[in-house]
Ligand binder design. Structure first.
Ligand SMILES: Nc1ncnc2c1ncn2[C@@H]1O[C@H](COP(=O)(O)OP(=O)(O)OP(=O)(O)O)[C@@H](O)[C@H]1O
Ligand SMILES: [Mg+2]
Length: 244
């Protein structure tokens, strides 16, 4: 296996809660890997440690062999690792296009608002909006989009940095079935274009149909991993969900 991302013995405690307890697994280059587990099993915390938002108490995170666990989120993004958030992050009062332009300018909101975007930035932003199929909504405030459309917008803004590895936290969470299909389709297309995915998701149909590999967490550590079919039949997995 050619691991693009390696998580090794990562632990994180919040007061009395051991959110991550020596969590270890790897993500193969070019794969769509899903990370599943009951509520509170540490999936978002793992994303936070991998992307520099929360420093781990212990353990290592390597991106293409290089340690990244002490780098800032910006530096990690700069190295080609992007992420979306469980609570979608867009600027609600900016238009859809402005949201992408802010990401393009790689600078402060104020700076982005004060200057006119260069032609090339506008073209790039529009191309990304076309890719996620919301270009027709470019002049609408992001706050008036449906939750699913916001998720597509967030994906467009993350793509500005041309990530090679993308971590998505519940891309299908809280959205309708049509939008779930659309988001799944965009993930597959990006994967065909070479982006490796690590996806946290509770929608099992989505996970099973999409993933090359599934990693299962419970109580802060990995309890099972394998092909979707293997994981589905693993009694430990069922037990973890029933016990939760
Ligand atoms: N900043 C924090 N401060 C205190 N406790 C936290 C913090 N972040 C997470 N936790 C706790 O750590 C545990 C793991 O939470 P986490 O959000 O990583 O779970 P999750 O697997 O993403 O759950 P879900 O599927 O519900 O999103 C939970 O008990 C949670 O309450
Ligand atoms: Mg979570």
């Amino acid at each position: 296996m050619n691991a693009v991302l390696e998580i090794q013995g990562v632990s994180k405690r919040f007061g009395g809660v051991q959110a991550l307890a020596a969590c270890s697994f790897s993500v193969e280059e070019g794969s769509i890997t899903s990370l599943i587990g009951p509520n509170g099993s540490g999936k978002t915390t793992l994303f936070n440690t991998v992307t520099g938002y929360v420093p781990p108490d212990e353990g290592e995170v390597r991106l293409r062999g290089e340690a990244i666990e002490r780098l800032s989120p910006d530096r990690i993004y700069g190295r080609g690792l992007g992420r979306t958030f469980q609570q979608v992050r867009v600027f609600p009062r900016l238009t859809v296009l402005e949201n992408v332009l802010v990401a393009t300018s790689r600078s402060s909101l104020l700076h982005a608002a004060l200057r006119r975007p260069r032609r090339s930035e506008r073209d790039q932003a529009m191309a990304l909006l076309e890719f996620v199929r919301i270009a027709r909504l470019r002049d609408v405030p992001a706050g008036s989009l449906s939750f699913g459309q916001r998720k597509l917008l967030e994906i467009a803004t993350i793509l500005v940095g041309e990530p090679k590895v993308l971590l998505l936290d519940e891309p299908a969470g809280g959205i309708n079935p049509t939008m779930t299909v659309q988001i799944g389709d965009r993930i597959r297309e990006l994967n065909r274009r070479g982006i490796t995915f690590l996806v946290v998701e509770h929608n099992m149909e989505f996970v099973m149909s999409m993933s090359d590999r599934v990693v299962v967490m419970a109580r802060g550590k990995v309890i099972a991993e394998g092909a979707p079919g293997e994981v589905r039949e693993n009694p430990k997995v069922l037990e973890a969900y029933l016990g939760a």
